[in-house]
Design a protein around this ligand. Structure first.
Ligand SMILES: [Zn+2]
Ligand SMILES: [Zn+2]
Length: 139
């Protein structure tokens, strides 16, 4: 046998052999995101913190379908670009790392819709500082 088998790993969820993406050869434990997700659900069930079988995008989609809303977009809170549900992220105005309780992380007044760019650009920047940085030149 050739040592080519060494680039294969066995999925910790479904035991299928797979070839991990090079850049995460060591970190990757599952053949697919699906297996990764399923493992997480299992673990959360064991820990008793399982909150539901769907990821956030699926929840949003199902909600929209139920409401018969087909054409929906919302502007990014920071740059105003039109975003569709599968593209936007729920952004915490006060970064999550600075929030002490679960109630605080779920406080709706602290949540805005943001595009991925603004979300990663803002990161842990203070909300007001970031707004100033984004809109400073327009004022
Ligand atoms: Zn798998
Ligand atoms: Zn944006």
């Amino acid at each position: 046998m050739f040592s080519k088998s060494s680039i294969k790993k066995t999925c910790e969820y479904c035991n299928k052999e797979y070839i991990p993406a090079l850049y995460q050869f060591k970190r990757q434990k599952y053949c697919s995101l699906k297996c990764k997700w399923k493992t997480r659900v299992l673990r959360e069930k064991e820990l008793g913190i399982f909150k539901g079988g769907y990821n956030r995008e699926t929840h949003i989609r199902l909600w929209l379908d139920a409401k018969a809303i087909t054409d929906i977009s919302a502007p990014c809170h920071y740059c105003g670009i039109a975003l569709y549900p599968e593209k936007f992220v729920i952004e915490h105005k006060i970064p999550r790392v600075k929030l002490k309780t679960k109630a605080m992380t779920q406080d709706i007044t602290n949540l805005v819709i943001s595009c991925h760019n603004c979300n990663s650009e803002k990161s842990t920047t203070d909300y007001n500082d970031f707004i100033k940085r984004k809109h400073g030149r327009n004022k």
